[in-house]
Design a protein around this ligand. Structure first.
Ligand code: J2J
Length: 535
């Protein structure tokens, strides 16, 4: 296994293989298999582009050969930062086929996150669009390359400048023979939702991810007749593989790529492409429900909507089936592994009020206080291990010592309880992450930006309940001089390289930050403060 990753213990790995959970196949075989079954079936749809399995599989091989020719070697880490376009899918599978390891960055990431990810992953190549939504990604990439001598090649989708290589110019044969893959090794890195300042790298193996997508597909009743609409960014584990893009391609179904989660665009797309399944975060669902009430779009093809990523209010959950005319499946998941789903035959009350059960009998979950299990039905921290839950993040041994128990359980940081029938209910989290419309924003990182402002003496970023976003970012600040206005704070943070989704939505001025008995900022108390002077 790649140095810096933590393998499963040998006896555990042997058990997963013996049980047929790990099949010993490379991830990209899902494409080849589906192409062998039906070359002409449509794999990907984006705008007017329709790409068959035969064409996609051949494209992936040509790209893999092209990458290899450009010096991308097996084991190389390659940062991939692309929107929901067919190239994302083709490039990730091509890198996997070439034995390289894609690192999934969000399209919203900017200088701070990209330089962190390049350094942490040791990336030697970077794939990005020339521009996206008015942002100049070539400029960012050129700057990152200047600052990181390890970074050898910049691959651009679109027009190259300077020494960049256009992905469209990569020349390779579709008869190229890829190097042998080791399915127990890393296929790609997902990003953690973030508990410390910046994301950590979540190494996922071919074996573990193939199991995840297969099992998730079975529980969704996924077949080659299904059409999956990728609404969320596809680098998000939820959209990529729960069963998502990879699971749908694996059964020979069709993936439709949406440019935006906006219901004005997505609902007509459901009608046009006869979409049967999609996955949303609760804040996007809210918008969809409002629009669905009056849209003329015909949604009868839609049979299942998965909702996850943040707490879904039961009142909202109850509206899904009547408003969208389809089944609801709550998904509690994480890049690190464990997935919990409602089951198709669960009573409606269970689908509305719980986040379901782990997707595999081989998932182990415990609800603990420290390391001690809490009495059944009580709230505690959820810890877990299993055949697709990582045993360690990449290259952060000190953090791993805290985030994993000595017997290999991942501490999710989520507070949960079990209902009498064994379904999980997520009650909150002990790690300090604000989930803003499905984006995970680390409070400490926002605070660092705030404290860098000369007029701020102390600051705390707190997620406040928000009807649309689920949580909005409120910056509680103790000013050291004239109070900076929200717009001013936002532009100062922006200038320091903060991504848009991390900027505060609101600022409140307080005389001092309340502290807990342990001397930590008491954020619960702040969230209750209503007397702050809103700016
Ligand atoms: C409450 N909190 C939830 C839920 C995730 C599928 C779905 C989601 C993710 C994801 C994912 C929640 N109710 N239903 O990777 O494959 C919060 C928890 C969790 C954290 C993980 C997937 N579903 N959460 O959101 O790695 O706090 O993955 O630990 O981005 O989101 O975040 P992330």
């Amino acid at each position: 296994m790649l140095a810096g990753c933590t393998p499963w213990p040998e006896d555990t790995a042997a058990r997963y293989r013996r049980l047929g959970i790990w099949r010993g196949e490379a991830l990209d075989t899902v494409l080849t298999r589906s192409a062998e079954r039906d070359r002409d079936a449509i794999a990907l749809v984006h705008d007017e582009r329709r790409i068959s399995f035969g064409d996609l599989d051949a494209w992936v091989t040509r790209l893999a050969a092209g990458f290899a020719r450009e010096g991308v070697l097996p084991g190389d880490r390659v940062l991939v930062q692309l929107p929901n376009i067919p190239e994302f899918v083709a490039i990730v599978f091509a890198l996997v086929r070439a034995g390289a390891i894609p690192v999934f960055s969000l399209i919203a990431h900017r200088h701070t996150e990209i330089s962190h990810l390049v350094r942490l992953s040791g990336a030697t190549h970077y794939v990005f669009p020339d521009a996206h939504r008015g942002y100049d990604h070539r400029g960012l990439a050129a700057r990152i390359k200047d600052e990181n001598s390890e970074l050898r090649t910049l691959f651009v989708i679109g027009e190259p400048v300077d020494s960049m290589t256009a992905v469209a110019d990569l020349a390779g044969e579709d008869t190229w023979t890829p190097p042998p893959a080791d399915p127990s090794d890393i296929a790609f890195f997902l990003l953690s939702g973030g508990t410390t300042a910046l994301p950590k790298l979540v190494p996922r193996t071919h074996d573990d991810y193939l199991f995840q997508i297969t099992q998730a597909g079975i529980l969704c009743g996924l077949t080659d007749k299904d059409v999956y609409l990728a609404v969320l960014p596809i680098e998000f584990n939820f959209a990529w593989g729960c069963p998502g893009v990879v699971g749908t391609l694996a059964v020979g179904g069709t993936v439709v790529l949406a440019d935006t989660p906006n219901p004005m665009a997505c609902l007509p797309l459901i009608e046009r492409e006869w979409v049967s399944i999609t996955s949303l975060v609760p804040s996007v669902l809210t918008l969809w429900l409002e629009t669905a009430e009056w849209t003329p779009a015909d949604l009868t093809s839609l049979r299942l909507v998965q909702i996850g990523g943040a707490k879904l209010a039961p009142e909202l959950a109850a509206r899904v089936m009547p408003a969208l005319g389809c089944d609801l499946q709550q998904v509690f998941g994480m890049a690190e592994g464990l997935l919990c789903f409602n089951r198709a035959d669960d009573p409606a009350e269970v689908k509305v009020n719980t986040q379901g059960k782990p997707i595999s009998f081989a998932d182990e979950i415990r609800i603990v206080d420290g390391l001690e299990p809490v009495p059944l039905g009580e709230v505690g921290e959820l810890i877990t291990c299993g055949p697709y839950t990582i045993r360690g993040y990449y290259r952060v041994p000190e953090h791993n010592a805290r985030a994993f128990t000595s017997d290999g359980f991942y501490r999710t940081g989520d507070l949960a309880r079990l209902t009498p029938r064994g379904d999980l209910v997520i009650e909150g989290r002990i790690k300090d992450v604000i989930i803003r419309g499905g984006d995970k924003v680390n409070a400490a990182e926002v605070e660092d930006y705030l404290l860098a402002h000369p007029a701020i003496a102390a600051a705390a970023a707190v997620g406040l309940p928000d009807e649309l976003l689920g949580e909005r970012i409120c910056a509680f600040i103790v000013p050291s001089g004239p109070t900076p206005a929200l717009a001013e704070l936002r532009s100062a943070m922006h200038a320091r390289g903060a991504a848009d989704y991390k900027l505060p939505d609101e600022v409140r001025v307080v005389g001092e930050l309340p502290l807990t008995p342990l001397g930590k900022v008491d954020k619960k108390a702040l969230a209750r403060v209503e007397e702050g002077v809103p700016s």
